[in-house]
Design a protein around this ligand. Structure first.
Ligand SMILES: Cc1cc2nc3c(=O)[nH]c(=O)nc-3n(C[C@H](O)[C@H](O)[C@H](O)COP(=O)(O)OP(=O)(O)OC[C@H]3O[C@@H](n4cnc5c(N)ncnc54)[C@H](O)[C@@H]3O)c2cc1C
Length: 382
């Protein structure tokens, strides 16, 4: 196999990087994952994820982890309610027992990460390895980490997410601001800290819309409620607004103003201090991005194609990248790793362009004057 005797480094242990590590290990590759978190128990935030048949689920099937997935997935987490800003429910998957088809099964991020981590050989993940820089050495790369450690690899794969520190070694193409900034929050012990909203979300998801703004809530299995607001603001709003996002009260003051015409029930999001908040301006890469493939360096997931989350494709794309890259690196069709990387990138860039386009259309639609009518029409197949 073309990866025989090659040391492969994957930087970033998110869903993309860990899936790739598993698939490469199944083919006998020597692979390490360098992850900046201090250990496997680092708190994993973010909403519940729905995995799609042809991408996320297909990756787990190839990884031999579908049974583990179904042992940990959350059958009712996909049940959705669509509300307007007044709190009136327009679509309710809970209303009719048999109306809900679980065609995109859901799993929380933490169990997904655990399944992938436990599938890897002992010592595969090198924790506390925050990539800082690298330089060419022999036919590969010498990587430097924040903790002062260095490591050599013949092939480096960037899976270090939206603000990848490795991407600039591949291309100078910069991200484009989508026009929407998210404030993501996680309320711990939500049945106590946000009881009305916890009751409303009913173990599933809520999509609420009004004034060209969105609010998406999802219940997690460990009892927390994750949410994210979506607002049309300028690219540098996070800095220019002067809001200290480490202070709940400062963010709450902004929320009361920005969502001032919304029903008071939504303010329960900020009722307790058991909350983590993080602002995330949403960027995407140009639809026609392209670069000359390198012989020993490539990237996957958000590092390669970040996009707003409104089509629910980010994790699915990262996992599809992982199985397509693994397929190329383990195929006899290529004479060397350079050719395998080139073919992977050709397919990945084409697919990512189409999915980014769709995500941008969803972003625009969900922040338009009447997204509820459009969503209802979309769901009824119009
Ligand atoms: C609010 C929100 C909601 C979302 N909802 C969905 C959804 O419903 N469905 C969906 O499919 N997608 C969703 N996404 C998108 C999804 O989270 C990403 O697309 C996905 O996590 C990308 O996977 P990844 O493996 O490429 O990167 P990541 O998940 O970002 O993982 C990157 C990993 O690299 C590590 N890392 C970062 N920098 C370094 C460094 N310098 N050195 C070493 N390690 C590093 C990080 O700690 C992390 O473990 C959402 C995103 C957001 C922000």
């Amino acid at each position: 196999m073309i990866h025989n005797d090659k040391r492969i480094a994957i930087v970033g242990g998110g869903p993309g990087g860990l899936t790739l590590a598993r698939l490469l290990q199944l083919s006998g590759a020597e692979v390490h994952v360098y992850e900046r978190d201090f250990g496997k128990d680092a708190r994993v935030q973010g909403a519940t994820l729905d995995l799609h048949e042809e991408s996320g689920l297909e990756a787990l099937r190839r990884a031999g982890l579908l049974d583990a997935f179904y042992a940990n997935h959350r059958p009712d987490a996909g049940r959705m309610r669509i509300l307007d800003k007044y709190g009136d429910i327009h679509v309710d998957d809970h209303a009719v027992e048999n109306a809900f088809a679980e065609d995109r099964p859901e799993i929380d991020r933490a169990p997904l990460r655990k399944i992938l981590l436990e599938s890897l050989r002992e010592g595969t993940v090198v924790w506390d390895s925050q990539f800082v820089s690298m330089e060419r050495q022999d036919t590969g790369w010498l990587m430097h980490f924040k903790n002062g450690v260095h490591a050599y690899a013949d092939v480096v794969i960037a899976a270090d997410g939206a603000n990848s520190k490795i991407r600039p070694y591949i291309t100078a193409i910069q991200p484009v601001y989508s026009g929407v900034t998210i404030v993501e929050g996680n309320i711990y012990n939500a049945s106590i800290n946000a009881p009305r909203l916890w009751e409303l979300v009913k173990g599933g998801k809520i999509f609420a819309f009004g004034d060209e703004q969105s609010l998406i809530l999802s219940a997690k299995g460990e009892g927390s409620l994750s949410f994210y607001t979506g607002c049309k603001v300028g690219e540098n709003w996070v800095q220019e607004s002067g809001i200290d996002f480490n202070k709940k009260d400062a963010v709450f003051a902004w929320f009361k103003e920005a969502f001032g015409s919304w029903n008071d029930v939504w303010q329960e999001l900020f009722a307790s201090d058991e909350i983590g908040l993080i602002p995330r301006p949403q960027y995407h890469f140009p639809l026609d991005q392209h670069w000359e493939s390198l012989p020993n360096l490539t990237m996957l997931g958000d590092a390669a194609h970040r996009m707003p989350p409104y089509a629910g494709e980010g994790v699915n794309m990262a996992m599809q990248d992982a199985f397509e890259l693994a397929e190329c690196l383990t195929s006899d069709a290529f004479t060397d790793i350079h050719a395998a990387i080139a073919e992977y990138e050709r397919r990945m860039l084409k697919r990512a362009s189409e999915i980014t386009q769709m995500s941008l259309e969803m972003t625009e639609m969900l922040h338009s004057a009447d997204p509820i009518a459009q969503m209802v029409a979309m769901m009824s197949g119009e």
